[in-house]
Design a protein around this ligand. Structure first.
Ligand SMILES: Cc1cc2nc3c(=O)[nH]c(=O)nc-3n(C[C@H](O)[C@H](O)[C@H](O)COP(=O)(O)OP(=O)(O)OC[C@H]3O[C@@H](n4cnc5c(N)ncnc54)[C@H](O)[C@@H]3O)c2cc1C
Ligand code: FES
Length: 298
């Protein structure tokens, strides 16, 4: 057992009411264009404790001792769903798994997003494989009548779902930009898509262009009710944080870093964070991955 595995086991035991290691059967695998995959995995204890923004650390193959971190996209009675894109050996090996195969799932890990009832207009911005936590957050917000979520999702690869024309109006967004994610549409949550790849019904630009357009339609009183939640590539997060700052709205970002143990033991994932007492190194795995955008030293 490696040092990281020993630390993972120790941390799991210490946090046995909130963090679990489960031998988890893969229930379904859905492949999408661009080497993207959605896997539904039976992990009842993780599913019962997951919150939007938390993630799992999963084994990908016997030959690869290091786990890989993946955001939780959805949960059901006894399952979680993850969405990933093949980038290297780990996720490629995971993508070869089939229904019935068993992997080890450690989770849920990390600090979740914090919706604020004083800011009920939730703007969810997801880019690429940063879309999963936005779907999870939308799922939770739809069950709470206090919140009015609106999602903007961007991808340069084909979206890992069939594009559908939305029947839900979004003030300030041009009629031609009406493609949406069917799952969010079925939940009654307005969403719009952006891409530079020319997909039908998608805004031809960045997620921040569309978000800016929408924010500009709001009165000062309405802006004071907005909170942005975002996950995606670091340059996108930085641009979203700057947009939030320009409009004076609250914003939480979910950061990505290379991870070894993912349970706070190795300090391999630290980033500089601005705290009340000055700059401090914080671990993305357990102090994050969600941070206040203003606290990140971009
Ligand atoms: C909290 C968290 C949640 C994540 N959620 C998802 C998700 O839902 N879906 C998804 O597809 N991916 C997600 N990732 C990223 C994913 O974990 C990495 O892409 C994966 O570990 C790569 O493993 P690999 O063996 O396939 O590739 P590797 O061979 O390890 O890496 C391939 C390439 O990706 C780069 N890379 C690897 N890990 C990271 C990282 N953490 N940040 C930036 N670049 C990296 C490497 O430099 C290399 O260029 C998440 C990462 C974190 C930290
Ligand atoms: S990955 Fe080890 S402390 Fe975060």
């Amino acid at each position: 057992m490696t040092a990281a595995q020993t630390e993972a086991r120790r941390h799991a035991q210490r946090n046995r009411n909130t963090l679990f290691v489960e031998d988890a059967e893969i229930l379904q695998v859905h492949p999408f264009a661009g080497e993207q995959f959605i896997q539904r995995i039976r992990a009842p204890r993780c599913a019962a404790n997951a919150k939007p923004g938390t993630f799992v650390h999963v084994t990908c193959a016997d030959a690869l001792p290091m786990r890989r971190p993946l955001s939780i996209m959805r949960t059901g009675d006894d399952w979680i769903e993850v969405l990933f894109k093949n980038v290297g050996d780990g996720l490629r090996a995971l993508s070869r798994k089939r229904a019935g195969d068993v992997i080890s799932v450690l989770g849920p890990i990390g600090m979740p997003f914090n919706p604020d009832p004083a800011r009920p207009r939730c703007l969810l911005i997801g880019g690429g494989v940063g879309i999963p936590p936005m779907v999870f957050l939308a799922d939770r917000l739809r069950h709470d009548a206090r919140y009015r979520p609106f999602a903007i999702l961007g991808s340069e690869l084909p979206f890992p779902f069939e594009l559908t024309a939305s029947a839900i109006d979004v003030p300030g967004i041009a009629d031609g930009t009406n493609s949406t994610m069917p799952l969010l549409e079925s939940w009654g949550i307005p969403a719009r898509l952006t891409s530079l790849a020319g997909f039908p019904g998608c805004h031809d630009g960045f997620v921040t262009d569309l978000a800016d357009r929408w924010l500009r339609t709001l009165s000062p009183g309405e802006l004071a009710e907005v909170k942005i939640f975002t996950c995606g590539p670091t340059p996108m997060l930085k641009a979203v944080a700057a947009l939030a700052e320009r409009h004076g709205v609250a914003c939480e970002v979910s950061l990505e870093e290379f991870m070894a143990c993912a349970v706070g033991g190795c300090a391999g994932c630290t980033v500089p964070i601005l705290t009340k007492t000055g700059k401090a190194m914080k671990r993305v795995c357990v102090d994050g991955p969600v941070f206040d955008a203003r606290s990140v030293d971009w």
